[in-house]
Ligand binder design. Structure first.
Ligand SMILES: *[C@@H]1O[C@H](CO)[C@@H](O)[C@H](O)[C@H]1NC(C)=O
Length: 559
């Protein structure tokens, strides 16, 4: 009953609340002051925890960006929406593919639209662009419930800094391998020609035909910056390539203007600030360079905190603070393989791309909403980023869609302290389309359990993969491992599998996994080869025709 009454009460007692959601990229669980990091300076982000509720077991639906973000926006496990990889590629690597969040999904922005909100999305999208043809923008934010967009359709990449390249960090000998394959095949053709098996014309034609795809693949991977580094304002390309220095300041400016405009028009608003920090390539504005104790990463962290502070200040200046729901999170854990340019996951095991270990999926999650939620509360109960879907729906006063399964839960009673136990009895942890672990929070007692069925295939003698872990190489455990996440959050000591506890708890979890699997229908994957295949004619190019002169600077932000 309370579930239905609450949105109703909110709607008539208060003016409609505003909603500001901050999503950081690849920020680790241990990167913030309010999560116990004593040596970084994140006072603005920490202030959200001080003025609201901090969730210490806040979980993403995936350890990589694209699937995790799709779940946050839809309240559904990516396996239900097709946003899971079946092969190697787990994120929407290039914007000229047809992979993206299906428009049949109902995002929280579309929910807010039902309550006449004005919705803005500023920053990193990473959920697709076109679907059938160049210019259809089927996967673009403006077709997923948002009224205003400024940001990058894809993601930041190491290549954008002209230092390292993603593909060569994955496979250092990649160019050499590609060239060797080409050379060996060409020599073979030459032999056939010399032995008179094929004529000169055939030989030259075959060499030519064979060189085209090789050159194509080479150019594709060698030109990520030219091809993927651009900013849109709504449907218009406004900057190519992205000037990473000063980008945070532009995002802040866009966010502030959005809030100001909505307020001038007396419109309740939903604003997503999806920061490009902390993903590599890391670059900050000059005033943040070399200011932190932790190199480029620390500088960016301080710039991120400043950016959040600027938006919070805007809310304060416009006297919107009390009736605005503010949320801060990260799409997945810190990327450990890239060393000092990656985040810090505290004592948790693993990180970004690792699949089930908590370091990749347990992230900061803080919410303040002074009119409704208590100040300075901490909950250790498992919650999910998908719960934000329910939270937004309830805040705007709109019922959940009834024609589909929503995996998010109503966490308001938990956040308010009216309930002590997480509304999630079970949570499922995926790597790509494979379920690799499940979490169980019994309705009584204080413990949370996690049963792990697959582990990442780490480089022997280390806790890391090479550059990223690939779900395809994950190792199935002959006997699943059970962890007591309450007393062993670092997943160091599995419960003895001969014990009564193991047998009891693992039985319950395995049964829940079975039931969960039954609830998943047949969904078309967005990561098929056909969809992922680069469609060169779709390449955004702001000043003419690709590959010529694809360069522009937003007149709003001149050099
Ligand atoms: C704080 O965060 C930084 C940046 O990720 C990290 O290098 C450092 O180890 C963390 N320190 C503590 C005390 O948690």
């Amino acid at each position: 009953m309370a579930r239905y009454l609450f949105p109703f009460l909110i709607a008539c007692v208060f003016a409609k609340p505003n909603i500001v959601l901050f999503i950081a990229d690849d920020l680790g669980y241990g990167d913030l002051g309010c999560y116990g990091n004593s040596s970084v300076r994140t006072p603005n982000i920490d202030s959200i925890a001080r003025d609201g509720v901090k969730m210490t077991q806040h979980l993403t639906a995936a350890s990589t960006c694209t699937p995790s973000r799709s779940a946050l926006l839809t309240g559904r496990y990516p396996i239900r929406t097709g946003m899971v990889a079946t092969g190697l590629m787990r994120v929407n690597t290039w914007p000229y593919s047809s992979c993206g969040l299906p428009s049949s999904e109902v995002t929280f922005a579309e929910q807010a639209k039902l309550a006449s909100y004005t919705n803005g999305y500023i920053g990193k999208w990473h959920l697709g662009l076109h679907k059938e043809s160049l210019g259809d923008f089927m996967h673009h934010p403006l077709n997923q419930g948002f009224d205003y967009f400024y940001g990058t359709i894809g993601t930041n990449l190491d290549d954008f800094g002209h230092e390292t390249k993603v593909i060569t960090s994955l496979r250092p000998y990649w160019y050499w391998e590609l060239f060797s394959i080409w050379a060996v095949t060409s020599v073979a053709l030459w032999c056939l020609f010399r032995a008179n098996y094929i004529g000169a014309i055939t030989f030259i034609t075959l060499i030519f035909i064979w060189s085209v795809p090789v050159t194509f693949v080479y150019l594709l991977f060698d030109n990520f910056t030219l091809m993927s580094s651009f900013l849109h304002r709504n449907y218009d390309l406004v900057e190519q390539p992205i000037r990473l220095a000063g980008l945070s300041q532009r995002l802040v400016q866009e966010g502030k203007e959005f809030i100001q405009n909505a307020t001038n028009q007396r419109q309740p608003f939903l604003l997503v600030m999806s920061w490009v920090h902390m993903h590599v390539f890391i670059r900050t504005a000059e005033q943040f360079e070399g200011k932190s104790k932790f190199g480029r990463y620390g500088d960016a962290l301080e710039e991120l905190d400043w950016s959040v502070g600027e938006i919070l200040k805007s809310l304060k200046d416009l006297e919107l603070e009390d009736n605005t729901l503010v949320y801060f999170t990260s799409d997945n854990g810190g990327h450990l393989e890239i060393g000092t340019d990656g985040g810090y996951n505290g004592r948790l095991k693993g990180g970004k791309t690792h699949g089930a270990p908590d370091g990749g999926i347990r992230v900061p999650g803080i919410i303040k909403w002074p009119d409704v939620l208590p100040r300075g509360k901490v909950t250790d109960e498992p919650t999910s980023l998908m719960d934000i879907y329910n939270l937004v729906s309830s805040a705007v006063g709109v019922n959940l869609p009834s024609d589909r399964k929503i995996d998010g839960r109503d966490i308001i009673p938990l956040l308010k302290g009216d309930q002590d136990v997480s509304p999630h009895e079970f949570m499922f942890h995926y790597c790509g389309n494979r379920l690799e672990a499940a979490r169980y929070r019994p309705r009584d007692g204080l413990k949370t359990w996690k049963l792990v069925t697959h582990e990442p295939n780490l480089v022997p003698g280390t806790n890391l993969c090479k550059f990223v872990c690939s779900c395809n190489y994950d190792v199935a455990l002959a006997t699943p491992k059970l962890y007591d996440m309450t007393s062993d959050p670092g997943e160091t000591t599995p419960i003895d599998n001969d014990s009564k506890t193991y047998k009891e708890i693992s039985q319950i979890i395995l049964k829940a996994i079975e039931n969960h699997k039954i609830s998943i229908g047949n969904v078309e994957t967005q990561f098929s080869w056909r969809k992922l295949a680069p469609k060169l004619t779709w390449q955004p190019c702001c000043n003419g025709t690709f590959p010529f002169n694809c360069q522009c600077t937003d007149p709003k932000y001149p050099l």
